[in-house]
Design a protein around this ligand. Structure first.
Ligand SMILES: [Zn+2]
Length: 510
């Protein structure tokens, strides 16, 4: 690594002749970039990239530059934990970064007051360069490729390694440089500043002091929530329409799940139907999005009605979705205790298919192939599991003191299903069979209220959890806010600067 390497791919296609022309532009860009904290990297907000395979070269531990007292910046000494979630780290005191910015503002002093008015503005000696790490790259190699003098490279590498600790940078990571032309070494640019921002909330900066010594600094950006709105129209599958409109996939699938209790996607969804979702994004203090947004609320406008879902967390409860009346979108009971089932006989009077005389059919029959799993309609406790006369193999679940469900003619029970067992909603409690008085494989399903069989299909609207008391008050205040924000919150497009990040300039040297 002591020799300047031959020109690498990095240098090919370099607009080196154009660089002189662009210098004022680059300089201005550098000044703006520094003032705003590096907009050039604004599209590098994907945390997955940080998980890419690391560069193979291990970073050396920090050592002080020869003859220099070890001057570790205090921020670099703090233990670094890569946060995916959790409370944002405290921001670095503004004073920590001010000295750095002061240096950069110093460049501005040399800038012509009105560059456009002057025919020949003096070419500034600073310019900005953005490079990307390639596979097998290191910061030192990258600097060698643009002919940064070896002594500087070593210092920068050491400072940078101290900041980075054991972490590796991902292939494709952008490295921003402020370079200076030095007359006495025209082929070897001087690095005034090097900045890498592997995560939106964390930036590593190495800067050159006036005395030629490099200093490392870690900048932490505070992350805070921001509420935005996305409007979309259904063309093709709703979920994809949402993602195309800018809803993060996770938020869109939450929306779909919340709607699924209320909307028949097969029959009710039409092309061109409009929807709006309200998202809570996490944004750094300089405007970078660290989380694309979780769903707070959403509305889907169907032909004759609008379905609105609102996220809420009751006291001591878990996050869930509610309609604007404060009723959980999740029903306490599944409408049908099995998937893809067909109702073959409804609740009510009928001629009994085996006994032959007319009697109350006290449940609903679902025709299904033998072995089809039967799901617990709601959370509860098994109060009966065994043969039960004409019911054949039979399971009864008690859900509340008032409500029970029963399942008959099973071929066998689900795992762990016995008297006293606790079951969750949707748990497999048994399999379709034809035991007992039965003409063929089916599930006979009963719904008991206060010990009496009632029509299960008539119970569907009665069984939702409703927010009441303090939860209800909190919910209604929040719902009012969200319903207003569904109409007037800034859209994602309004909060995202239209500016495209400038492509990295590939240049060999000025
Ligand atoms: Zn039946």
């Amino acid at each position: 690594m002591t020799d300047s390497p031959p020109p690498s791919d990095r240098s090919k296609g370099a607009a080196s002749t154009a660089l002189g022309l662009f210098r004022p532009v680059l300089f201005a860009a550098a000044a703006i970039g520094l003032a705003l904290g590096g907009l050039v990297l604004s599209h590098r907000s994907n945390p997955e990239i940080a998980a890419l395979p690391p560069a193979p070269r291990p970073e050396k531990p920090a050592v002080s530059a020869a003859g220099e007292p070890k001057t570790e910046p205090r921020t670099a000494a703090a233990p670094i934990v890569l946060p995916e979630a959790g409370p944002p780290p405290p921001p670095i005191a503004a004073s920590d970064f001010r000295s750095l910015q002061a240096d950069f503002r110093g460049f501005g002093a040399t800038r012509p007051a009105e560059p456009a008015a002057e025919p020949e503005p003096p070419a500034p000696d600073h310019y900005e360069l953005t490079l990307r790490l390639e596979r097998g790259d290191t910061i030192e190699k990258l600097l060698a490729d643009i002919d940064v003098p070896e002594a500087d490279r070593k210092q920068i590498h050491e400072r940078f390694a101290a900041l980075l600790k054991k972490r590796r940078l991902a292939v494709g990571q952008e490295v921003e440089l402020i370079l200076q032309n030095v007359p006495e070494q025209p082929d070897a640019p001087r690095v005034l500043a090097l900045s890498v921002r592997p995560q939106p909330e964390r930036e590593f900066i190495v800067t050159r002091r006036e005395d030629g010594v490099y200093e490392g600094e870690e900048k932490i950006y505070q992350v805070s929530p921001r509420i935005v709105r996305v409007e979309g129209e259904r063309h093709g599958p709703l979920e994809q329409s949402g993602v195309r409109a800018g809803v993060p996939p996770g938020a869109m699938s939450d929306f779909m799940r919340a709607l699924s209790y209320e909307v028949d996607f097969q029959r009710e969804l039409k092309q061109g139907m409009k929807f709006t979702v309200l998202l809570e994004q996490l944004v750094t203090s300089d405007g970078r999005v660290t989380h694309p947004g979780r769903l707070l609320a959403g509305e889907l406008r169907l032909l004759k009605r609008t379905v609105t879902v609102i996220r809420f967390r009751p006291q001591n409860g878990a996050d869930g979705f509610y309609n604007p009346n404060g009723e959980s979108v999740v029903r306490a009971f599944l409408r049908t205790p099995m998937d893809a089932s067909k109702i073959s006989s409804r609740f009510g009077m009928r001629e009994h298919p085996v006994l032959g005389y007319s009697a109350l059919h006290a449940g609903v029959d679902f025709a299904a192939p033998p072995g089809t799993p039967i799901l617990a309609a709601g959370a509860g406790r098994v109060v009966q599991a065994g043969p039960n006369g004409g019911y054949g193999l039979y399971v009864k679940l008690q859900h509340t003191s008032d409500v029970a469900t029963a399942y008959a003619h099973m071929s066998r029970f689900g795992p762990g299903i016995k008297q006293g067992a606790v079951v969750r909603q949707g748990q497999v409690i048994g399999f379709v069979g034809s035991t007992g008085l039965s003409t063929g494989p089916h599930l006979h399903y009963e719904f008991h209220r206060a010990g009496k069989q009632v029509n299960p299909l008539a119970q569907k609207f009665a069984m939702r959890a409703q927010l009441v008391g303090k939860d209800g008050q909190r919910f209604h205040a929040l719902a009012r806010q969200y319903l207003a924000q569904l109409k007037n919150a800034p859209t994602v497009a309004q909060t995202t600067p239209a500016k495209e990040p400038s492509p990295p300039q590939e240049a060999r040297r000025p």
